[in-house]
Design a protein around this ligand. Sequence first.
Ligand SMILES: Cc1cc2nc3c(=O)[nH]c(=O)nc-3n(C[C@H](O)[C@H](O)[C@H](O)COP(=O)(O)OP(=O)(O)OC[C@H]3O[C@@H](n4cnc5c(N)ncnc54)[C@H](O)[C@@H]3O)c2cc1C
Length: 399
Amino acid sequence: MYGTSAVVVGAGIVGCACARELALAGFEVTVVERGAAASATTAHGEGNVLVSDKGPGPELQLAQLSRRLWPQVLAAAAERSAHAARAVEWEPKGGIVVATTDAGARELTRFAAGQRTAGVHTEILDADALAAAEPYVTRDHAAAVHYPEDAQVQPAAAAAALLTDALAAGATLRTGCEVLGAVTCGERITAVRTSTGLLEADCFVNAAGPWSGELATRLGVPVDIRPRRGDVLVTTPVPPMVFHKVYDADYVGAVGSSAEDLQTSAVVESTRGGSVLIGSSRRRVGFDDRLRPAVLSAVAAKALRLFPALAGVPVMRAYGGFRPYVPDHLPVIGADPRLSGLWHVGGHEGAGIGLSVGSARLLRELMLGQPTEMDTTPFRVDRPAVLGGRPAPAREETA
Ligand SMILES: Cc1cc2nc3c(=O)[nH]c(=O)nc-3n(C[C@H](O)[C@H](O)[C@H](O)COP(=O)(O)OP(=O)(O)OC[C@H]3O[C@@H](n4cnc5c(N)ncnc54)[C@H](O)[C@@H]3O)c2cc1C
């Protein structure tokens, strides 16, 4: 698309992945970010690249596409910046899901059987195999499944590597620049008004994470993408005691739930620095970023049930972020049918790190009018969950 200009709004991992795909396809890309690159949700989550938590359907297909792409993307990026690619800490360590009740074991076994029909690799672990794979995990469990395809990245470093590659391919980055509104001509967006002036382009990508709804409203075409709070505990560095990404079987239920009140599950993973990351919670509290001791205690209690050996390990800090949530739990990838030239890529909730590269690939194919690697209909913008049944308000028209 040589000669076609694209503005990507948001330099989280999704915006960085989109900027890279579009720049490599020949678009003249400008990334606009009101803060610093990778400083928002992308810096406040964990870095799991999972297929294990998704049942058969479009999100799993996107996860499988992304899982295939990650090693390719990182290998290509490493050719241009070995340092940035190395910092990503890509680790195809695999995941293990542990059920601690009989009911949980039945549900996990049924879920894994469904996933196998969709091409996910799963291995049922008996007690000895689980103890060999994770010596410190509870012996008090009812079932365990190993997912060898699960992997991990350092999320902010992954976003930085994708952005570095986009810049190497000719993209430019404007930080400290907030998009405030749209300039339109008829039904087409021709520019955005920003805190540092007007920015014209042929097309615009809303990659504003949990603020995508707010940005879309500013552009005159609301979409229902909202924040869903999550909190993580970080331990002091410890000798290796968690070897896979390990989580309890309640996690899948918490992910799929739409409840506003607190959902917790134990999600435990080590990092290269030795700290153990312990998640996670889900609450719909708007952009309230206060840490709640009761939430952190609930998360810690579940993690201790899974890893009793963590009892003596000090927590060094806690942080939280806002997952970009869509009521039907599917991302939004596609053109806005109400405003020509505007595209949305977001709403990945708790999977945006993993799903970023697949989503960006689909965006590139859609923007180029090429066949897409999978059916993108389930992610379209004009589905009821995204438009929320609201009519778009009248826009200020500027020729
Ligand atoms: C506790 C927690 C744990 C998680 N764990 C995982 C995990 O293990 N694996 C996984 O895949 N995902 C995980 N996630 C989810 C993942 O972090 C998100 O899905 C992902 O980071 C979203 O990326 P993004 O680029 O869409 O949003 P963001 O990273 O929030 O980026 C959006 C950017 O847009 C900018 N912006 C917004 N409005 C404007 C504007 N008007 N003008 C200019 N710039 C604007 C913001 O400043 C921001 O930098 C977790 C999230 C949380 C909170």
